[in-house]
Design a protein around this ligand. Structure first.
Ligand code: IVH
Length: 453
């Protein structure tokens, strides 16, 4: 190959990279709006992280295309229509992600180098709550204003809604700074989220893909009466300008928040060496299913606030903190078919046949659809893009449908009128969820399953 050819090829590669960068930016901004503004994501968090990772890598490789307007340089998305907005005094940033022990090691070395130190910098490890960030402004000891993160610079004013959340102190006790901004996460417990979804289904109202969307959708209601009926909770994770308020470390700041009546995320730990860092992650990962609310990882923060100030920030994230992400428990994929299984007792169970997708660390190609009502209530159709969830060892389930991605020509699900195994009639007695094959003695599925069990 002569010089001319190789120059041409590399120009092509550069042009191709630019095109990909533009596409990724457009897609990511669209997904930001769907997630932050509409509370109706079309892709899972893990799929979103992959897009951002690819864009970051390309921007690194082709620095000539870096831009202030790239979504890699900005947090969140525009405010929702109908809400008053207000600028944050200190921007609400996001966190850089780590996906492995190696990524964590890099983080540890990066901060050591930046600070010119050889020893491990103590980190405070805490749960990364999968909720909605919220800033609480107190003046003269009273809660006067609450804001969402918004685009990181300007948030939505949600004071009235936040006033309905019972575990947020409306007044601060004496001895705690009276003019202060407390930040944290509004979330929903898993059991209360399931109850809310069940009652939404019953009412024919919107079903949420996960507890985070439910929390976000509930918090950002224009009518605070609706918010007051939703089981929202709050965990505090920091105060703004902690050092100015006299706190020496992040952990001391949290102790004071605890004394002031704020709920704090459990399972936090001061990490004093690298081994403890990996152990903490493993310990929480193994007990993830026992935790009553959704977490999408852990956050590690330099504990010493003086060092935090020295470390400062990069574009949209602090240099002094990192999010260690857990394997995703949700993914979106295409529902290729709905097959009907016949069990030992003759119950017909619809089962999703999926385009194989990795979720919770394994590749999943089937998921439960429970029964006829479940499929009909969620209006799950063959061809739909669906959110599939696999938490711990639990059987994967189809959670919800991405209606915006429904192709033309789909039809609502109908339970078969005959047993797909023996061809006999099936019945669904009034008031029951289960449909059964009536041919107890001769249906091969029932006989075979009976022998097998
Ligand atoms: S500290 C400078 N601590 O994660 C940002 N954030 O991607 C400092 N989050 O928007 C945030 N749990 O809403 C922090 N224990 C925790 C958290 C936490 C959840 C959220 C937060 C932020 C997002 C960062």
């Amino acid at each position: 190959m002569d010089l001319f050819d190789s120059a041409e090829i590399s120009l092509d590669k550069t042009q191709e990279a630019k095109r990909r960068i533009d596409d990724l930016r457009f897609d990511i901004m669209r997904h930001n709006a769907l997630y932050h503004t509409e509370d109706a994501p079309e892709i899972s968090d893990a799929e979103y992280d992959l897009l951002v990772g690819e864009l970051e890598k390309l921007e690194e490789e082709y620095p000539q295309f870096k831009s202030k307007n790239s979504p890699t340089q900005k947090a969140g998305a525009a405010p929702k229509r109908g809400f008053e907005t207000c600028a944050h005094k200190v921007p609400m940033l996001s966190l850089s992600n780590a996906f492995s022990d190696e990524d964590m090691k890099e983080f540890v070395i990066r901060i050591q180098k930046f600070l010119g130190k050889d020893e491990f910098i103590p980190l405070y490890g805490e749960l990364k709550i999968d909720g909605v960030s919220c800033a609480l402004h107190y003046e003269g000891g009273k809660l006067v204003k609450a804001l969402t993160r918004g685009d990181g610079k300007v948030g939505e004013v949600i004071t009235e809604n936040v006033m309905t959340i019972s575990d947020i102190p409306k007044e601060l006790p004496e001895g705690f700074p009276q003019d202060i901004e407390v930040r944290g996460e509004v979330y929903m417990r898993n059991d209360e989220f399931e109850e809310l979804n069940a009652s939404q289904t019953e009412k024919g109202s919107k079903v949420f893909a996960n507890a985070r969307n439910a929390a976000a959708g509930s918090l950002r209601q224009l009518d605070s009466k609706i918010t007051s009926e939703r089981p929202l909770k709050f965990f505090a994770y920091s105060v703004v300008d902690g050092r100015i308020h006299g706190f020496a470390s992040h952990s001391k700041e949290l102790d004071a928040l605890d004394t002031a009546g704020f709920a704090l995320p459990p399972e936090a730990e001061l990490i004093e060496d690298e081994v403890a860092l990996y152990k903490h992650y493993q310990r929480i990962l193994t007990k993830r299913e026992q935790i009553a609310f959704g977490i999408d990882g852990l956050v590690y923060k330099v504990d010493d606030l003086k060092l935090q100030v020295r470390l400062g920030f990069v574009a949209k994230a602090p240099r002094w903190a990192i999010a260690r992400k857990f394997p995703a428990e949700q993914v979106t994929t295409v529902l290729k078919d709905i097959e009907i299984q016949v069990g030992r007792t003759g119950v017909l169970t619809p089962r999703a046949v999926l385009e194989p997708a990795k979720v919770g660390g394994v590749t999943v190609s089937h998921a439960t659809l429970h029964n006829e009502d479940y499929v009909k209530d969620l209006d799950i159709r063959i061809g739909d893009t669906v959110f599939v969830e696999r938490a711990g060892d639990v059987i994967p389930k189809v959670r919800s449908v991405v209606e915006a991605k429904r192709p033309d020509g789909t039809v609502p699900f109908e339970m078969p009128k005959e047993c797909p195994v023996c061809g006999s009639h099936v019945v669904r007695p009034e008031g029951e969820a289960a449909t059964r094959c009536i041919n107890h003695l001769d249906c091969p599925a029932q006989v075979e399953a009976g022998i097998l069990s």
